[in-house]
Design a protein around this ligand. Structure first.
Ligand SMILES: *[C@@H]1O[C@H](CO)[C@@H](O)[C@H](O)[C@H]1NC(C)=O
Length: 312
């Protein structure tokens, strides 16, 4: 293979979720509606947490930051998908594809660390309530948050370092609606066995490991509460069930995509919808609408915006 072959691929073509026009129209309507809800819902959470003094606590800071990451995560993939469905041009440049992979892994990595931080926060609040404010002090929150971003960045750079120089010469069709490593690697015209292993190790083991760690932490918290008093269990369960739902829905698709990096059936692209369109809606929905503090904060925020006063 000579050098000119290497640069033969300047762009990739997404095969999308469906080639059937009525299904595409349905997907277009569905993603526009969901994306608008995701952006508005998460912005509402971010602004409520930032501007309402009642919500200046570690739990809400983490929640606000989670909403922000979720919104970015959808923004990396959904608007591109909407424009592809609308225009019928399912093309992304080589650089665009790399950028998408980079952003997805920075945000995904940070979200994982943030979910760990939120589990730690619940553990301290429920199992060590007397030390809550000394352990989860403002410095700790900033440390956890910067840790999340640094780890996400390192994780993403470490993976991309292995794949940016892969040669591409032939097929350029991606059987999905966004770029990610398993599909990207599959298109390279070289022996990709080693790459498969790296992706599985870096993304697959990290997501599986984090998932089991989080599940064990939540079970541990529930058992601690249950041993202490029988009345507290149902209250803890109702708080933690929201966390557990988000964790399952977020990690399920990740584990599937990265632990079976080269599946023969293309279910992974449908599972990805969970991460980009369902979990980002769930966060504002389950953490906030069931939460009295948050609802009151939103009402107060609404009263500060003059135009909204009449509605609320
Ligand atoms: C994110 O967390 C930091 C550190 O705790 C906090 O200062 C900031 O307000 C949070 N951002 C949002 C949008 O909640």
């Amino acid at each position: 293979m000579n050098k000119t072959d290497y640069s033969a691929v300047f762009e990739f073509v997404f095969l999308g979720l469906s080639t059937y026009r009525p299904v595409q129209n349905f997907l277009l309507a569905f993603s526009v509606v969901f994306y608008v809800i995701i952006v508005l819902g998460n912005l509402l959470v971010v602004f409520s947490v930032m501007f309402d003094a009642h919500l200046h606590s570690p739990m809400y800071f983490l929640l606000g930051n989670l909403s922000f990451i979720d919104m970015c995560l959808s923004t990396v993939t959904v608007p591109k998908m909407i424009s592809d469905l609308y225009s019928g041009k399912n093309i992304i440049s080589f650089q665009g594809c790399i950028l998408q992979i980079f952003a997805l892994h920075v945000l995904g990595g940070s979200e994982m660390v943030l979910l760990l931080a939120m589990a730690l926060d619940r553990y301290v609040a429920i199992c060590k309530p007397l030390h809550y404010l000394t352990i989860m002090n403002p410095q700790m929150c900033v440390l956890l948050l910067s840790g999340a971003w640094v780890i996400g960045l390192l994780h993403s750079l470490a993976q991309l370092a292995f794949v940016v120089h892969l040669p591409f010469c032939g097929p350029n069709e991606i059987d999905s609606f966004y770029c990610d490593l398993p599909w990207f690697i599959k298109l390279a015209c070289t022996d990709t066995y080693r790459m498969e292993f790296i992706v599985t190790a870096n993304s697959g083991f990290i997501s599986t490991g984090t998932f089991f760690f989080l599940m064990i932490s939540y079970i541990f918290i529930l058992v601690t509460v249950w041993k202490r008093s029988s009345g507290g269990l149902s209250k803890a369960l109702s708080t933690l069930s929201a966390h557990i739902t988000v964790v399952v829905l977020f990690f399920g698709p990740c584990i599937f995509v990265y632990m079976w990096p080269f599946p023969t059936v293309s279910v992974d692209k449908f599972l990805a919808i969970l991460d980009f369109m369902i979990t980002p809606i769930l966060n504002p929905a389950i953490y906030t609408l069931r939460n009295k503090d948050m609802k009151m904060a939103m009402r107060r925020l609404g009263n500060q915006v003059p135009g909204l006063r009449k509605i609320s």
